[in-house]
Design a protein around this ligand. Structure first.
Ligand code: UDP
Length: 241
């Protein structure tokens, strides 16, 4: 048994996190570093599932704004997440990890279909599972996919990696006096209208009492330190202590 604070976690990475300083696509150096951090955390004893977004390639809403049918755009966005998931699988395997991509839409020439019990079995056997194609439905986001899968697999924590180091009372990029919250309850997030995840994802997490931690994956080592119980970023849960 490991002495980590969490046994099984789900890590949500946005597609943009894979871009590094590029404008589009995947920076191999960046995905390699993220994969190393995930491997380090897994080797410490955690069962780790990942959800990767697709915003570095396509987002349905953006495509629809350009005139495309929204559902088709969302299908393209979901396929973009599969591309990213395959890249993450490759990066993890390069480091000796055992990883499986499981897609919510069937493309089983390139990856497995999502089957809940099989996903849990992979985790129990020490494999990293990357959930692709979000929820499999248009009009949702990979944040919703992450909350859904985290609940389905019984994750102890949903970690959302962002570019900022937690949830602030106002945008820290625009306000020098923005204050970061260490902890928030679901109700405080709603009452203060704070941006943690999209509404559907947040509602799912809240209804199932799934704790969320928002942190900056740009800070090396923080993933492991969070699993070791360090209070990094912002924790959102049922009741603040
Ligand atoms: N998407 C979808 N249903 C889902 C998850 C994602 O239709 O359940 C589509 C949607 O178009 C979304 C795109 O896939 O914009 C990429 O996902 P997301 O925007 O969540 O990626 P991120 O912002 O995390 O990179």
């Amino acid at each position: 048994m490991s002495d980590l604070a969490y046994r099984r976690i789900l890590l949500k990475l946005s597609g943009e996190a894979l871009m590094g300083d590029e404008d589009y696509g995947i920076d191999p150096k960046v995905i390699g570093r993220l994969a190393r951090e995930v491997m380090e955390a897994q080797q410490a004893g955690a069962e780790i599932a990942l959800v990767v977004g697709g915003g570095n390639i396509f987002r349905g809403a953006g495509l629809a704004a350009g005139g495309m049918d929204r559902v088709t755009g969302d299908h393209m966005g979901m396929l973009a997440t599969v591309i990213n998931a395959l890249a993450m699988q490759d990066a993890l395997e390069k480091l000796g990890g055992k990883a499986r991509v499981m897609s919510a839409i069937k493309i089983n020439d390139v990856c497995e279909d999502y089957i809940r019990r099989r996903a849990i079995r992979h985790l129990e056997k020490g494999r990293l599972v990357i959930f692709a194609a979000g929820t499999g439905n248009p009009f949702f986001t990979t944040d919703s996919g992450a909350a859904l899968r985290a609940i389905e697999i019984g994750a102890d924590l949903l970690l959302k990696a962002t570019k900022v180091d937690g949830v602030y009372d106002k945008d820290p990029a625009r306000h020098d006096d923005a204050v970061r919250y260490d902890q928030l309850s679901y109700d405080e997030v709603l009452a203060r209208d704070l941006q943690v995840m999209d509404t559907a994802a947040f509602a799912l997490a809240r209804d199932s009492n799934l704790p969320l931690r928002i942190f900056n994956m740009g800070h090396p080592g923080e993933l492991l330190r969070i699993l070791q119980g360090e209070d990094i970023g912002t924790l959102v849960q049922g009741r603040t202590q």
